[in-house]
Write a protein that binds this ligand. Sequence first.
Ligand code: CA
Length: 219
Amino acid sequence: MHLLLVEDDQLVAQGLIRSLRQEGYSIEHSGTVKHALQCIAGGEIELVILDLGLPDGDGTQILKQIKQQKKIIPVVILTARSSIDDKVLGLDMGADDYLAKPFDPAELFARLRAASRRINHTHSSLLNCGDVVLDTSAHSASVSGEPLTLPRKEYMLLKALMENQGRVQSKQQLENKLYQWGEEVGSNTIEVHIHHLRKKFPKDFIKTLRGIGYVVGKR
Ligand code: CA
């Protein structure tokens, strides 16, 4: 899942980014209202962690903007303001949950999972494409029911492709995803890992469009 973390405290943000990546989220980070609004306008954000006190304004401005969008994006507010009034205000404005600092990361992760489950009506963490199934909560894959072991980067690339079935993903897009997941990306990283992935999956499961990118599923 692609998550926007809005937090101006660099120390808090860095710690969260590390642990959220460990949890399998890909992250965009923003420390200002202005930049956060740009990220949301980009259209790829699926979940938002929102700090309210920001240097150029108030996080509730961002919440308002999100609620005006057609796409439903769950928002978990994370803030030092812990009075009942602030909680009620945030929830009234459409936030999905509210966590006061200091907080336990395990609790944040549980709330994020709950928020995304509420949005994801199928309650399923399984992505299917033909005989291939990806379980995004267990970080595992199988082909015709046979489990497959995938190293982290291969899993992430497969996930990126399966989340976009039928849509070609350029090498640059895949590189950006790996980068957002906190992975090192070299000049031939994508080619190398796609090459390894291919050997594990049915012939032509991952199609290459020369000079354009990669795709799984029907186009
Ligand atoms: Ca702040």
